[in-house]
Design a protein. Structure first.
Length: 254
């Protein structure tokens, strides 16, 4: 957080880009619904709310640590990754603590954006208290899923040293399959059915569909089961990869 606030120019540019992107997203969906009252079972206010919350999700789910020189790739290239294995705290626990800090920082900005848009009437509140709580529960499990997915991407550095292209590919796939770029109900039915078995949909599409009322609250139990199963699978897989990575520390900086 301190490294971010020391770079006020970068913070201001990030907020400026977010405002522009949110405004363009709002105008786009308003224009799409200018000649129709309902599309794919949603009205203009529901679709706009979903789209704007998706913008905030993409903007704040991860923090860029490149300026603070605390990125996994930088540690591998500079040799400082060795300190992760010399501290009293294990590398796995340290990575988790760091990720929680990133989440807290990003979530604080996301909460501010949400409150501003909600109080100004740009987005709608949840259709009910139950729907809001169900969406929050799904989003929480979704964040755990994203943690493990990004952990596996970062751990790839122990074999590839540089994982920039892998990160780019992951971000594109994750945003598409989660419904962050285009709501999944605009895709073919076979695509949505296939995506329902993957871990991505539960990170955004499911909680936001509950929030806006497109998915009934009594149907979210199945989504939670899929998320819990994927979290268990990813947790076991990340544990195994951590063990292999601990025995394979290759650095270029020292």
């Amino acid at each position: 957080m301190l490294s971010e606030f020391y770079e006020w120019g970068r913070v201001a540019s990030t907020l400026g880009m977010l405002v522009i992107r949110a405004a363009l997203t709002y105008w786009l969906w308003q224009a799409l619904y200018a000649t129709t009252k309902s599309a794919a079972g949603l009205d203009s206010r529901q679709a706009t709310t979903y789209a704007l919350l998706g913008v905030f999700y993409v903007a704040f789910r991860a923090v860029n640590r490149w300026a603070a020189r605390d990125n996994m790739v930088q540690h591998m290239l500079e040799g400082t990754i060795a300190y992760w294995f010399l501290r009293p705290v294990s590398p796995r626990r340290f990575y988790c603590i760091k990720a929680c800090g990133d989440l807290g920082y990003g979530a604080s900005w996301g909460a501010i954006a949400y409150i501003v848009c909600l109080t100004s009437g740009v987005i709608a509140p949840p259709v009910s208290v139950r729907a809001g709580l169900a969406a929050l529960a799904c989003m929480t499990l979704g964040l755990v899923t994203l943690y493990y997915l990004r952990l596996l991407i970062d751990l790839a550095c122990f074999w590839t040293v540089v994982n920039n292209q892998l990160v780019i590919m992951y971000e594109i796939v994750q945003n598409v399959l989660a419904g962050a770029l285009v709501p999944l109900w605009f895709f073919p039915a076979w695509f949505a059915s296939f995506d329902r078995l993957l871990p991505f949909q539960g990170t955004l599409n499911v909680p936001l569909s509950l929030y806006i009322g497109r998915t009934p609250v009594n149907q979210f139990a199945g989504a939670l089961e899929v998320q819990a199963l994927w979290i268990a699978i990813l947790a076991v897989l990340s544990t195994l990869v951590w063990r292999r990575a601990s025995a394979r520390v290759t650095v270029l900086g020292g």
